[in-house]
Design a protein around this ligand. Structure first.
Ligand code: BMA
Length: 826
């Protein structure tokens, strides 16, 4: 097959209402092309978003010239292949229409030989305004809008969060957003190979190859080679490959991620070579195990026969303009996920089916992918065209991703059932229910069964294997989203009320760091309630909710920097409470995916990684609360406020737990110390403990009544720690009252920096007094560190490894070092 690339920078584009042609990038989109041409200001800066909404109302045309050589036209078929057009496109070659499209998520292939000429050709793709489409199509589909501020985004198959979301700006893009090329061939064309893995009892794996040819050919055969790194494992001919001692692929934390390269040459029955196919595959089985058990029905991912607790977060598109993302930028947040001991990401249904680079990274890093289909929150139409388009989309995407080692689940949508269940179960609204079921219970699962092989399908997230949407239902079966904390404004302790089988969403917003704020906010408008910052807060009333939770726990902050820092500590408190609870519940609960890992622009949000790549406090602490062997404390009591704001505490017992999800049993030493804020150690203890895989275990109960009576609960705190093989694997500090009621000593910190080469350094912090959530930064420098936002214990040295993106000097580091802890905020 001959391939001629059409993607390049020799494209130009224009506003169809008549303005001049400007240079364009393909793949790309109109917003980034306008920005490159200096025709619009930075869409993320200040309140610029509001001034750029005209773009979605226009039609845009992209055009390029290319030369076709005789070799191309000598082939029997010449096809135009477009892996993604965004969205309402009319494709024209040399003035003649090739096709019209209206689904961003489908790749296209059209026969165009009769339209091509030898020598110079012109291709034009005209993108009609998505908003005009929405106003003229499916106008009787009027669902209750959840996230789209204008309304109607469900009428079109296009990235839903582009229309505005509670963390995302409204930038409705247009453009050729994936690769585009010509492919010329005669005889036959290899479309793909379905590889089925059969894992035998003896441990061997058989790969069954089913080549898919454009024009069929039952008598075709395969010449294959299987290699691992540079080593050829085996090669041969036929459609079965037996791997006798396979190296299995595991999620991160459970084992290695060996990826075999499978290269196949398909030979037609007439002896000619039809095509080559090469993919990286991981040998593994992944099942969604739902068996009856004493709590109801399990909901757990079983990899190679081993149940694995899913630790991770929800993934949203990493940029409002996803065509700007390269491999390094995509990998940045996925590597950070693995660094925080995660083993799963959920590709959330309001974004996109991600890029090849994304899944490459997940395969290599051992991140299981829970893959939603791209439907979110709102009810969808079900006219025959819409269903046909959705089925074509699903078929295209499932075929594209089915060989992926990391692919664990296809999920019908995000929250379409959960949010609309009250309507969908209403006997007066049977048609709504029929429409809903047609897509998510019939059409999509049928595609997964037909094309996707063994990957399981789950109709929605959350879903309880039935119509039930109660929290109680989630403690028995299925997966749960828990938003009582944040949207419901309930106490943080409410996480501990529900013993969910699998928590696929829960979270708390925080503000991005001042450094990230500087990238989008004019200094003159930097107040957090000013127009720029409010424009970068997309949840209606979101700032009030953040302040509400902060005020419950912390003192009134001295300045905006302190407020931002407290918002991040509050986010830690919430998400950690949830995750620690879910991990203690193992094996009843087998997954905790918080909302959300990343951002698509700089914004106040639930993310643990800021748009600029900086880790929020949550991401540093996630590394600790997701550690394979983790210690945590459950305090059944609480501190509550009664009539006239009188405070009452029922805190007394502290149950110390280990949560362990390593692959092999282990033993550890559990340690606990009760400290006075004046530095005295009041009580100490330790105990040898057994760590069993996929188990949360109550290892020790401490009665703190006497100590609290003797010293006051606001003057003492508990430190728990777990050592395995002589090293500290987990540590946490537990406060026995709200931190705002504690008289934390004024911090005095000593920092010693030791440079280690041009890029690395070690910093050692010591403090004569307890410091809660001590956070440091090197202002203006980009760096990664082994820990941050930790507690400093009096007299104990805390050593942190640092790696800087650019060369540094000792003097430069000393100058740039800044730090604060909780007691610095008021
Ligand atoms: C969840 C998600 C998103 C949303 C988030 C925060 O329900 O599925 O739709 O952004 O909550 O509200």
């Amino acid at each position: 097959m001959k391939v001629q690339k059409l993607a390049s920078s020799s494209w130009k584009f224009r506003d169809c209402s008549g303005t001049a042609w400007l240079p364009a990038m393909v793949p790309g989109c109109v917003h980034t092309d306008l920005l490159a041409a200096k025709a619009i200001p930075d869409p993320f800066w200040g309140t610029n978003e509001l001034r750029l909404q005209w773009i979605e109302e226009r039609d845009w045309e992209y055009r390029a010239e290319f030369v076709v050589r005789p070799g191309m036209l000598a082939e029997r078929f010449v096809e135009l292949v477009a892996d993604g057009l965004d969205t309402v496109a009319t494709v024209v070659l040399n003035g003649r229409e090739v096709a019209r499209t209206e689904n961003m998520f489908i790749g296209h292939r059209w026969q165009v030989k009769p339209l091509l000429v030898l020598g110079r050709n012109t291709i034009s793709v005209r993108f009609g305004s998505a908003m005009k489409y929405i106003r003229t199509h499916r106008t009787s589909h009027l669902p209750r809008e959840i996230n789209d501020p204008v309304g109607g985004c469900t009428r079109i198959r296009k990235e839903q969060c582009q229309f505005g979301w509670d963390w995302g700006p409204r930038f409705v893009t247009a453009g050729i957003w994936r690769d585009i090329r010509l492919e010329a061939w005669s005889g036959n064309r290899l479309e793909g190979i379905e590889v089925t893995q059969v894992h035998g009892r003896s441990g061997s794996v058989t790969l069954l190859l089913a080549p898919e040819l454009a024009r069929g050919d039952k008598g075709s055969t395969c010449r294959w080679k299987l290699s691992l790194g540079k080593r050829t494992v085996s090669k041969g001919e036929g459609k079965r490959i037996k791997v006798r001692s396979p190296r299995l692929w595991w999620p991160s934390g459970q084992g290695e991620q060996p990826l075999y390269t499978l290269s196949v040459e398909v030979v037609a029955s007439n002896g000619s070579v039809v095509g080559q196919w090469e993919k990286k595959i991981g040998l593994r089985t992944i099942e969604l195990d739902r068996h009856k058990d004493k709590w109801g029905e399990s909901f757990q991912f079983v990899v190679n026969g081993r149940a694995v607790f899913a630790k991770g977060a929800n993934w949203i598109p990493a940029h409002s303009f996803v065509t700007t993302l390269d491999r390094a930028r995509t990998e940045r947040d996925l590597k950070a996920a693995v660094a925080a001991n995660m083993n799963m990401v959920r590709v959330w249904g309001g974004g996109i089916y991600e890029s090849e680079e994304f899944y490459d990274a997940c395969d290599e890093l051992g991140l299981l992918v829970w893959q939603d289909f791209m439907f979110a929150c709102t009810l969808y139409p079900a006219d025959p065209d819409f269903i046909a388009s959705s089925v074509a989309e699903a078929g295209y995407q499932v075929r594209r991703l089915r060989h992926r080692a990391s692919l664990a689940l296809w999920c019908g949508n995000n929250e379409v059932w959960g949010i609309n269940a009250h309507e969908l179960v209403d006997p007066k609204k049977k048609a709504l229910r029929r429409d809903h079921d047609l897509l998510f219970h019939k059409a999509l699962p049928a595609v997964v069964r037909r094309v996707g092989g063994v990957t399981p399908y789950w109709p929605s997230s959350p879903w309880r294997a039935g119509p039930d949407v109660t929290h109680k239902g989630g403690t028995e079966r299925g997966d749960s989203h828990f938003w009582d904390v944040w949207h419901g404004r309930n106490p943080v302790k409410d996480y501990e009320k529900w013993d969910f089988r699998f928590a696929s969403e829960f979270g708390m917003q925080s503000f991005s760091s001042p450094a990230t704020q500087d990238t989008f906010c004019p200094k003159s408008d930097s107040n957090i309630f000013g127009s720029s910052m409010e424009n970068h807060q997309k949840n209606k009333g979101g700032n009030q909710v953040v302040l509400d939770y902060i005020s419950r726990r912390y003192r009134f902050p001295a300045d905006q920097g302190s407020l931002i820092y407290l918002s991040q500590l509050n986010q830690v408190d919430c998400v950690q409470t949830g995750v620690a609870h879910y991990r203690r519940l193992m094996p009843r609960c087998m997954g905790a995916l918080y909302w959300q890992l990343n951002d698509c622009w700089p914004v106040a949000s639930w993310s643990s990684i800021e748009f600029t790549g900086r880790w929020k406090a949550l991401h540093h602490v996630a590394r600790r609360f997701f550690a394979p062997a983790a210690v945590s404390v459950h305090i059944p009591g609480d501190e509550v406020f009664g009539i006239s704001n009188y405070r009452k505490s029922t805190v007394r017992l502290a149950h110390v737990y280990t949560s362990y999800d390593g692959p092999k049993p282990a033993t550890g030493i559990l340690r606990w110390d009760l400290f006075h804020l004046d530095g005295r150690k009041l009580v100490s203890g330790s105990k040898k403990v057994a760590l069993r895989p996929m188990q949360g275990t109550r290892q020790q109960t401490l009665d703190l009544k006497e100590a609290m009576a003797a010293h006051g609960r606001e003057n003492i705190y508990l430190r728990v720690a777990l050592d395995v093989d002589g090293s500290r694997v987990s540590e946490d500090t537990v406060l026995l009252t709200l931190p705002k009621f504690m008289d934390l000593p004024k911090p005095r910190t000593k920092a010693v920096i030791r440079a280690k080469g041009r890029h690395n350094a070690v910093v050692e912090f010591t403090s004569p007094v307890f410091q809660h959530r001590f956070a440091f930064d090197f202002a203006g420098l980009s760096f990664t560190c082994s820990d941050n936002f930790f507690d400093l214990q009096p007299g104990e040295r805390k050593s942190v490894d640092l790696r800087f993106a650019h060369p540094v000097t000792h003097a430069g580091l000393k100058r740039a070092l800044a730090h604060l802890s909780l007691a610095d905020t008021y």
